[in-house]
Design a protein around this ligand. Structure first.
Ligand code: ADP
Ligand code: MG
Length: 702
C-alpha cells in the first residue's frame, strides 16, 4: 500500500527502540517513520560559508573556519580534565576545547595540519573559542565535499530528548538512517501529469533534499514540491468532503416563495435591499431547492445587513412549512436579534420566541410545547437552543451568528434535531481573508455581502496621542450637544501591575470630572457586572437616557444603537486589528456622520503603528483581515482552532499564497474532469483517498 512505510512505528528504526521511541512520541509527537520524515528542519546552517577568525563573534550562531593547529594539550584533573588546542589563520588565533571524548580528539589532531572547525562560537578570557568543534582535516574529501552537509539541517528538540542523545544532531542521524535504509520506499503520490505541469520534483528526492540539501537550489525545489503536495491534498480533501456530503445528506426542498416572504418583502421591509443582499438571498434560494442540505457561510462586514438576509431565508422556510431557529453566542446578542426581528416582522405575523439561560421555567415549558406542536415558527436564542429538551416539529433552517464562538459538536447537535438535517446558514462578521476562507472553508459554500447599505457615510477614523485629549473632549461635547451618543472603550477592567494601562475606573473618574452631572449622564458596563446590571446600564444607553457609555470590550459584538456616533478606543494599540474593526462597527449605524477615535500611547511598536495606520486608512473589513493575517500569521486567526485544517507541516498560508493558488487550480480542474477519481491517470490520488478519508467527521460540516 501507498503509505504503509509512512505508518511504520518509529521504534522499528534501528537505533530508536522502545525508550527513545516513547520519548520521541511524547516530546515531539513523532510516532511513525512518516512523522520523522515530516519533522522538517526549522533552519539550515550554511556550511558553504567560511569565516575568518577575526570575524568570529557571539552574534553568529555557528561559525566554520579553516585554521592550522599550533598546539594541543590535555590539562586538569578528574572533572576538570579537558583538551585544549590552539589554531590560527592569517587573522589571528582561536582556542578549541573538549571536555568529553578527550582521548579520541587528542589522537585525531595533528599539530601543523590545517583543519575545518565548525561549532558554536564562544569567548574565553577575551579570546574566541569553540567547544566540541566538529573537525575535518582540510583538503580531504570529507571537508571538501561537505556533501549532503553543505547545508546542515537543524531540528527542533527538547531538553528531555537531549537526555536520550536526540538533540538536533541526534535527530539528524535518525533521519539520515531512515532515508538511507528505507528512502526508496517513499513512493510517489501525485500523478506524473500533475508533476509535469507544475514542474515538481519526485517525492522521494524531495524528502531527501528537504533534510539534506546540497545547495539552496535543491532545497528550494524540495520545499516547493512538498508544499504543493500538502496544500493540494488539503484542498482535495475539503472538496471531496463537500462532494461526499452533497451525495449523502438530503435536504428539505423549499419549493415555493409564498405568503410570508412576499408579504414581508412588499409591505414590511423598510428599505431597499443592497444588490449584495439580493445576490446572497438568491444563492440561498438556489441552495434550498436542490434537495441537498445547504451549508453556507455568510460573510459580511459589521453593518452590512446580514440579519435581514437571514430573516428572509427563514420566511422562505416558513412558507414551505418549516420552523427555523437562530442561535447567537451571547444573551445580549440573542436578545437584540429577537427585538429587531420582532420589530421587522410586526405583530401577529409569525410566532417568534426567545430562549436563553434566563428564560423562566414556565416560559420555557410553553416554548417547548409550542415548538413541538408547530405553533412556534421562529426560535431565537443562545446555546440553550441546543439542549436535548428543545425539540422541533419540523426544523428546516438554522442560522448561526458569529460562528467562531460555537464548538463543533454544538453545531452538529443542531443537525440532529430533524430527520432531514436542516439547512445551515453561518453568519460571521469577522471577515476571513478570501484566500484563507478558501482553505478553511473549502467545503462550505461562501456568500459575501461586500457592500454596505446606501446612504451610510463611511466612518471617519482618527488617531490621537494623549496630547490631543482636550481636543477629543471638546469634540465629544460638540457631538453630545447635537444629540449624539458616545462610546468610550477600555482594554482592561483591572490595572495590571506591569502594563501602564488606563483602566476603566480611572477612565470613569476622568470622564465624570470632565462630563459632570446633571448635564451629562454616563453608563458603565464591564465584565464583572451581573447580567441584570449590564442589561440595565445598556438599556439606559439604548433608550438615550445616558449620553456616554464607558465600557470594556463586552460591547464588542451586538449592541445596536444607531444614535451613537462616536467610538473612542483607549489604549488602542493594545487591541488586535479585528477587534478594533469590530468595535468601530458599533458606530456608523445611523444616518449621521460617525467617528472612531483611537487614543494611544506615544510609544508604539512597529506592529501597533501598522494596526492604527490601517484603521485610519480603511474601513474595508476584508482588507483589514488581510493585513491582520500578515501581521499575526494564520495560526491566530479566529475560528481556525475549530477547523483543524491548519495543521500544516511545511506550507505557510501567508507566505505560500502562490502555491496555494496553484494547488487550488489543480484541484478544481481535477474535480471538473474526474470528480470520482476514476480515470487511470488519477489512480494514485484515488488510492490516497481510500486510505485517508475513511469517514466524514463532524468538524467538516458547518
Ligand atoms: P450585521 O451584518 O452587522 O449583522 P445588521 O443586520 O445588524 O448588520 O444591519 C445593520 C443595520 O442596517 C440594521 O439596522 C439594519 O436594519 C440595517 N439595514 C440592513 N440592510 C439594509 C439596507 N439594505 N438598507 C438600509 N439599511 C439596512
Ligand atoms: Mg449582526
Amino acid at each position: 500500500m501507498l503509505d504503509e512505510f509512512f505508518q511504520t512505528p518509529i521504534e522499528y528504526l534501528k537505533g530508536v527502540g522502545a525508550a527513545r521511541g516513547a520519548a520521541l512520541k511524547k516530546e515531539l509527537g513523532i510516532a511513525t517513520y512518516g512523522d520523522l520524515l515530516q519533522h522538517f528542519p526549522f533552519k539550515y546552517i550554511d556550511r558553504t560559508r567560511f569565516y575568518k577568525i577575526k570575524e568570529v563573534s557571539l552574534e553568529l550562531p555557528y561559525v566554520q573556519i579553516i585554521a592550522r593547529l599550533k598546539h594541543k594539550e590535555i590539562v586538569g584533573e578528574k572533572a576538570g580534565k579537558r583538551l585544549v588546542a590552539s589554531a590560527y589563520d592569517e587573522t589571528g588565533p582561536i582556542e578549541l576545547v573538549w571536555f568529553q571524548g578527550i582521548a579520541r580528539a587528542f589522537q585525531n589532531l595533528v599539530v601543523g595540519k590545517a583543519y575545518v572547525f565548525f561549532g558554536k562560537p564562544g569567548f574565553f578570557n577575551g579570546k574566541p573559542q569553540i567547544a566540541h568543534s566538529e573537525t575535518e582535516l582540510y583538503g580531504t574529501d570529507a571537508a571538501k565535499n561537505q556533501g549532503s552537509l553543505a547545508l546542515q539541517p537543524a531540528y527542533t528538540s527538547t531538553e528531555k530528548l537531549k537526555k536520550f542523545l536526540l538533540d538536533t544532531k541526534g535527530i539528524q542521524k535518525l533521519v539520515a538512517a531512515l532515508l538511507e535504509q528505507y528512502g526508496r520506499n517513499i513512493s510517489e503520490n501525485l500523478p506524473p501529469y500533475i508533476l509535469a505541469s507544475n514542474k515538481l520534483i519526485d517525492r522521494r528526492i524531495a524528502y531527501q533534499h528537504i533534510h539534506f540539501p546540497e545547495n539552496f537550489m535543491q532545497l528550494k525545489e524540495a520545499s516547493k514540491r512538498l508544499k504543493f503536495e500538502e496544500l493540494f491534498f488539503l484542498q482535495l480533501k475539503l472538496l471531496k468532503n463537500k462532494l461526499f456530503r452533497e451525495q449523502k445528506f438530503k435536504g428539505s426542498i423549499f419549493g415555493k416563495v409564498g405568503h410570508y416572504f412576499n408579504e414581508f418583502y412588499t409591505n414590511k421591509l423598510p428599505f431597499e435591499l443592497t444588490s449584495a443582499q439580493k445576490r446572497t438571498l438568491k444563492e440561498i434560494r438556489l441552495d434550498t431547492q436542490k434537495g441537498i442540505q445547504m451549508n453556507r457561510l455568510l460573510q459580511g462586514d459589521v453593518g452590512s445587513g446580514k440579519t435581514v438576509v437571514a430573516l428572509m431565508s427563514i420566511l422562505l422556510a416558513i412558507d414551505n412549512g418549516f420552523q427555523a431557529c437562530m442561535m447567537a453566542p451571547t444573551e445580549i446578542l440573542a436578545n437584540q436579534h429577537y427585538q429587531s426581528i420582532k420589530q421587522l416582522l410586526g405583530e401577529g405575523f409569525v410566532e417568534v420566541a426567545l430562549l436563553t439561560g434566563s428564560t423562566t421555567r414556565k416560559a420555557r415549558k410553553i416554548i417547548h410545547e409550542d415548538l413541538e406542536s408547530g405553533k412556534l415558527n421562529i426560535l431565537i436564542g443562545t446555546h440553550a437552543l441546543i439542549e436535548d429538551k428543545v425539540q422541533f416539529k419540523n426544523l428546516g433552517f438554522v442560522v448561526i451568528d458569529e460562528q467562531h464562538r460555537f464548538g463543533v459538536e454544538q453545531r452538529a447537535k443542531l443537525w440532529r434535531k430533524n430527520s432531514i438535517p436542516p439547512h445551515i446558514l453561518v453568519m460571521t462578521a469577522t471577515p476571513i481573508p478570501r484566500t484563507l476562507a478558501m482553505t478553511l472553508y473549502g467545503d462550505l459554500d461562501v456568500s459575501v455581502i461586500d457592500e454596505l447599505p446606501a446612504g451610510r457615510k463611511p466612518i471617519e477614523t482618527k488617531h490621537f496621542f494623549e496630547s490631543g485629549r482636550l481636543r477629543v473632549f471638546g469634540f465629544i461635547k460638540e457631538e453630545i450637544a447635537k444629540g449624539r451618543q458616545i462610546y468610550v472603550v477600555y482594554p482592561l477592567i483591572k490595572e495590571s501591575e506591569k502594563l501602564d494601562l488606563k483602566n476603566l475606573n480611572d477612565g470613569l473618574e476622568v470622564m465624570s470630572r470632565e462630563f459632570p452631572l446633571p448635564e451629562y449622564r454616563i453608563s458603565i458596563v464591564h465584565g464583572q457586572l451581573t447580567a441584570a446590571d449590564k442589561e440595565f446600564e445598556m438599556n439606559r444607553f439604548v433608550k438615550g437616557e445616558t449620553q456616554i457609555m464607558v465600557a470594556t470590550t463586552v460591547i464588542e459584538v451586538g449592541v445596536n444603537v444607531p444614535n451613537a456616533s462616536v467610538m473612542i478606543i483607549e489604549n488602542a494599540e493594545r487591541f488586535g486589528l479585528s477587534q478594533l474593526h469590530q468595535l468601530r462597527g458599533r458606530v456608523g449605524r445611523g444616518a449621521e456622520q460617525s467617528y472612531c477615535i483611537l487614543m494611544s500611547n506615544q510609544k508604539l511598536s512597529k506592529e501597533g503603528r501598522i494596526r492604527l495606520e490601517t484603521m485610519v486608512r480603511t474601513n474595508d473589513g476584508f482588507e483589514i483581515s488581510e493585513i491582520d493575517l500578515q501581521l499575526r500569521g494564520p495560526g491566530n486567526i479566529e475560528g481556525k482552532q475549530q477547523s483543524g485544517v491548519l495543521d500544516l507541516k511545511i506550507a505557510n498560508l501567508v507566505e505560500d499564497q502562490p502555491a496555494l493558488q496553484q494547488a487550488r487550480q489543480e484541484v478544481e480542474r481535477l474535480f471538473k474532469t474526474d470528480p470520482q477519481l476514476h480515470l487511470p491517470e488519477n489512480a494514485l490520488l484515488y488510492q490516497h483517498f481510500q486510505q485517508k478519508s475513511a469517514g466524514l467527521s463532524w468538524n467538516k460540516i458547518s
